[in-house]
Ligand binder design. Structure first.
Ligand code: ADP
Length: 168
């Protein structure tokens, strides 16, 4: 009985997942200055996700403070905002089934020391305040972050040639 109920909810949940789900992924200044943009793009691309926007940019203090507004009461907020504002950063929008959750797995844990080898943070960094990349933690925050960093016309609607070999 329990198995049937779980299967039912799993079916409903999967039904809600969309191949058009989007996440906001950003290479932070440490990742940019260490020459890791290409490797980070490669990991998402090889997994089968599609980049629909990306740019190198020098973010304003206001933009960065707004991006991390939920952390405004944390003691590291000021230092974090100052570091990200140094730039440049490489914000991106990636698309695909389960991109928000899988994107976080590709990045690894917030603390590199807890990140497994094979994840970006597991492979490339040591300190929590220099953890290379950002990824949205929910579909709702992805929508907010994408609106904050990109204009609608910067998002490109396209499908890679291998699309039918990524999804059945
Ligand atoms: P994530 O980036 O994994 O979603 P959070 O939203 O909790 O993690 O934190 C945002 C960023 O703030 C982290 O990626 C990290 O760079 C920085 N940060 C988090 N916790 C600390 C900490 N204890 N000390 C310094 N920086 C931190």
């Amino acid at each position: 009985m329990l198995a049937t109920i779980l299967a039912f909810f799993s079916f409903i949940y999967r039904g809600k997942m969309s191949k058009n789900e989007r996440s906001f992924i950003m290479v932070k200044p440490d990742g940019v200055r260490r020459g890791l943009i290409a490797d980070i793009i490669k990991r998402f691309e090889q997994k089968g996700f599609t980049m629909v926007a990306g740019k190198i940019t020098q973010p304003s203090t206001e933009l960065v403070q707004q991006h991390y507004i939920d952390l405004k009461d944390k003691k590291f907020y000021k230092g974090l905002c100052e570091f990200i504002t140094k730039g440049p950063v490489f914000p991106m929008v990636w698309e695909g089934l389960g991109i928000v959750k899988t994107g976080r797995q590709i990045l690894g844990e917030t603390d590199p020391a807890k990140s497994l080898p094979g994840s970006i943070r597991g492979d490339y960094c040591i300190h929590i305040g220099r953890n290379i990349c950002h990824g949205s933690d929910s579909v709702e925050s992805a929508e907010k972050e994408i609106k904050l960093w990109f204009k609608d016309e910067e998002l490109v609607d396209w499908k890679p040639a291998g699309y039918d070999y990524i999804y059945e």
